[in-house]
Ligand binder design. Structure first.
Ligand SMILES: Nc1nc2c(ncn2[C@@H]2O[C@H](COP(=O)(O)O)[C@@H](O)[C@H]2O)c(=O)[nH]1
Length: 346
C-alpha cells in the first residue's frame, strides 16, 4: 500500500522486496524467469542507479512499490494481460537508471554528450532506456530469455515507451489525452496505452501521496538535488533553472504548486477510471496541498509580507515576482512552463 515505509528498508531488503513483487504478481512463473537471473537483473539495476540525493535506487524502488500498490488497488491483474503487468513493473523499476542528478535542462544547456547523442530529445529518458536494454541483453540478467521472442520484443518495446513517457516535458500532452478519454474501455488499445503512461507518470511523481514523514524526506532530497544543479549552473555560467535556485525557491511553495498544477490533475484523471484511487491517493494529495498552503501563509504572516522566501526581505518580493509572473495565473503557467514547458524537463 502507499502507506508502506519506503525509507525504512535497507538496500538488500529492497532487492528482496522487489523479488517478492515479481513472484507475488506471478511474473516469475508466467514468463519462466530463472531465480538467479531475476536476482542478478535486480542487483545490476541497483549498481547502475546513481548515488544522487533523489534520483537513486530508492526512488526506483519507491516508484515500483507504488506501481505494485496500484496494481492491487485497481485490480489490474484482472483487467490487463501479464505482458502489461510486467511492462509496468519493469518500466517503473528501470525508469531512472543511471540518472546523473542533472536534468534534461542542464544536459541541453551544457551541451553534454548525452544531449548530443539524442539530439536534445529527452536525453535522460533515452539514456535510461538504453541502459535498461543493455542490462537486459546480458545473458545473466535477461529475465525474458525463456519468453517467446515475439512476446519479449513487445514487452521491451512497451518498457521503452513507458520510460520515455516519464519525461515531464510530455506531462501536459499525456494529461490532456487522458482527460479527453470519456468512456474508457479496456478493449481499446489506445486507451490502455494511455492508461499505462498515466500510471507510470503518477507513480513517478506520487511521493506526496505517501504519509507526511515519508513525503517530506523525498521533497527534501529533491530540493537538495535541485540546489546542487543550480549551483553548478551558476558555476558554469549556464542559465539557472528558476525552480532550482536555493536563493529563491522554498520547499513549501514548490510542493504546493507541483501538487496543485501537475500531480492532482493527473490523479483526478486516473480517478475517473479507478474511483478507488480517490481515498488512497487523491485525498492524501489534497491534504498535502493544504499543509503546504498553510506553511506558505504561516511564513508569509510571520514575515509580514506577501511572499515566502528563504532569504526574507527583498528575496521574498523577488520570489513572488519570479514565481507569480505578473499575470493572474502566473504561478501556474510559470511552474508548468519551467518544470515541463517547451524546455526539457527530466
Ligand atoms: N517540485 C516537485 N517536483 C517533483 C516531485 N516529484 C517529482 N518531481 C519532478 O518530476 C520529475 C519526474 O521525473 P523523473 O526524473 O523522476 O522520472 C522529477 O525529476 C522532478 O523534477 C515533487 O514532489 N515535487
Amino acid at each position: 500500500m502507499p502507506t508502506f515505509s519506503v525509507w525504512s528498508v535497507q538496500d538488500e531488503q529492497m532487492l528482496n522486496l522487489l523479488e517478492h513483487m515479481f513472484y507475488k504478481l506471478n511474473l516469475v512463473t508466467h514468463f519462466k524467469m530463472e531465480a538467479a537471473t531475476l536476482r542478478q537483473f535486480l542487483r545490476s539495476l541497483q549498481d547502475h542507479y546513481g548515488q544522487n540525493p533523489f534520483h537513486n535506487f530508492r526512488h526506483g524502488f519507491c516508484v515500483t512499490q507504488m506501481m505494485y500498490s496500484l496494481i492491487f488497488l485497481c485490480g489490474l491483474q484482472d483487467l490487463l494481460p501479464p505482458e502489461d503487468i510486467v511492462t509496468l513493473i519493469v518500466a517503473a523499476l528501470c525508469h531512472d537508471v543511471d540518472h546523473p542528478g542533472l536534468n534534461n535542462n542542464y544536459q541541453v544547456n551544457a551541451r553534454t554528450e548525452l544531449a548530443s547523442r539524442y539530439q536534445n530529445k529527452s536525453p535522460l529518458e533515452n539514456h535510461h532506456c538504453a541502459v535498461t536494454m543493455a542490462i537486459l541483453s546480458r545473458t545473466d540478467c535477461d529475465i525474458f530469455r525463456n519468453a517467446a521472442p515475439e512476446q519479449a520484443r513487445k514487452i521491451l518495446e512497451g518498457v521503452a515507451e513507458l520510460i520515455l513517457a516519464t519525461d515531464m516535458a510530455l506531462h501536459p500532452q499525456i494529461l490532456r489525452s487522458l482527460q479527453d478519454v470519456h468512456s474508457f474501455s479496456f478493449s481499446q488499445e489506445e486507451h490502455v496505452a494511455l492508461l499505462k503512461k498515466g500510471l507510470i507518470k503518477f507513480c513517478d511523481i506520487s511521493n506526496e501521496a505517501r504519509p507526511v514523514e515519508e513525503a517530506e524526506l523525498w521533497a527534501d532530497a529533491l530540493m537538495e538535488e535541485y540546489f546542487l544543479q543550480s549551483d553548478r549552473e551558476k558555476a558554469e555560467g549556464l542559465p539557472v533553472t528558476p525552480y532550482m535556485d536555493r536563493h529563491t525557491v522554498t520547499k513549501a511553495k514548490s510542493q504546493r504548486s507541483f501538487i496543485s498544477f501537475l500531480l492532482i490533475p493527473l490523479c483526478e484523471a486516473l480517478c475517473q477510471i479507478f474511483p478507488q484511487m480517490t481515498v488512497w491517493m487523491l485525498q492524501p494529495l489534497q491534504e498535502a496541498r493544504l499543509r503546504y498552503e498553510r506553511q506558505t501563509t504561516e511564513v508569509s504572516g510571520r514575515m509580514g509580507c506577501v511572499g515566502e522566501s528563504r532569504r526574507g526581505g527583498g528575496g521574498g518580493v523577488r520570489h513572488v515576482r519570479s514565481v507569480r509572473g505578473g499575470g493572474g495565473f502566473g504561478e501556474k503557467s510559470r511552474h508548468v512552463r519551467s518544470v515541463q514547458g517547451g524546455r526539457a524537463g527530466g
